[in-house]
Design a protein around this ligand. Structure first.
Ligand code: FO1
Length: 334
């Protein structure tokens, strides 16, 4: 296999990609050619306009992580960061003070915003930023159109009993600590796949859904018109890795998001949510963690090939082993 396409969100997807590239470079992923190339279709519904700048968290997390500029403790933003602009904005009482924009990170958002203002589409802006960061993959926004995830939360002060916040406020300021009563991805139905996105799926030798959030990361990519159809028609096997281990997410807020759309918070629940390609869904195979091995038969009965392997991305070799298990599953699934 030479052409691998990965549908990625932020941190979980970026860590998976690190291990995948590590495995390709070291030849520890049987079935992937030494010169295999990875194309990443990244979620852009986390994007937010803040202080007049367009911030693209999932694109930047993949770009910084694979370009070795990421702050590994936070999992987002730049290493060796300073926060003077953020402090100065707070001193002026300018909101939002809850969204952490580091000084180095702001340069990325200024370049992106200037290029967007000059009329360049997000895909070309992303390619230009990657000229500096050299992530070692082709990084494609899922769409060049503006798409934003918003979350409805309870608010007894409002007549409707609800208030809508941007996803970033739900996650960063509220820490996903209140139920997401509704998740609305503004602009998604009207969006078009970005340049190269459909081809990256239909021309692939393998398509991978990494352990990103099935609702607000992979789910939004699947919601871009024509993407789901491309996954259903591609000759490539489509294999996913469960972000739910032992009944909860490893990081992030997948549990809250799955609950808000009524999907069981389990490895099998997410597999059923994505669905088997033989039944109108998008999956040929689904990797679950060893702790959830009891669910293997149930998932196979849903028409999805399934193996239970360790899914903790503790280091690049562990992640490369996950990628190897995904390739093995893909080869058996077809
Ligand atoms: N996450 C936080 O928990 N706190 C922040 O202040 C924060 C700021 C931020 C700025 C730029 C960026 O690219 C990402 C940032 N994130 C922050 C992470 C972001 O919320 C997540 O990467 C995704 O949007 C959710 O997976």
């Amino acid at each position: 296999m030479k052409k691998i396409t990965v549908l990625s969100g932020g941190m979980g997807g970026a860590r998976f990609l690190q291990g995948l590239l590590h495995g390709i470079a070291n030849g520890t992923v049987p079935g992937l050619d030494a010169d295999a190339h990875v194309t990443v279709i990244a979620n852009t519904a986390d994007d937010i306009w803040v202080h007049g700048m367009k911030v693209c968290p999932d694109l930047d997390t993949v770009m910084y992580t694979l370009g070795d500029g990421i702050d590994t403790d936070r999992g987002w933003g730049r290493r060796a960061e300073t926060w003077h602009v953020k402090e100065e904005l707070a001193a002026y009482g300018v909101e939002p003070t809850w969204f952490g924009l580091g000084d180095r990170d702001i340069a990325t958002h200024l370049v992106r915003t200037q290029m967007l203002d000059a009329g360049y589409p997000l895909s070309q802006v992303t390619a230009a930023l990657c000229d500096r960061w050299n992530p070692g993959v082709t990084l494609l926004p899922m769409t060049d159109d503006r798409v934003e995830t918003h979350v409805a939360i309870a608010d007894e002060e409002s007549p409707s009993g609800r208030r809508v916040v941007h996803f970033q406020e739900y996650w960063v300021r509220l820490r996903a600590a209140v139920p997401a009563e509704m998740v609305v991805v503004v602009g998604l139905d009207e969006s078009s796949p970005g340049p190269g996105v459909i081809d990256a799926i239909t021309d692939a030798d393998l398509v991978v859904l990494p352990p990103s959030n099935p609702v607000v990361s992979v789910g939004t990519i699947l919601g871009v018109p024509r993407v789901r159809e491309a996954l259903q028609s591609t000759p490539a096997p489509v294999v996913g890795l469960s972000p739910i281990v032992g009944g909860t997410h490893v990081r992030g807020m997948a549990e809250q998001m799955l609950t808000s759309i009524g999907v069981e918070v389990s490895a099998a629940g997410v597999a059923r949510h994505y669905g088997s390609r033989t039944a109108g869904g998008v999956l040929d195979g689904w990797l679950i963690d060893s702790r959830d091995h009891d669910a293997v038969e149930e998932i196979r009965a849903a028409g999805i090939a399934c193996d239970a392997v360790p899914l903790m991305m503790t280091d690049h070799d562990a992640t490369a082993a996950m990628a190897a298990a995904a390739v093995a599953l893909a080869r058996n699934a077809r």
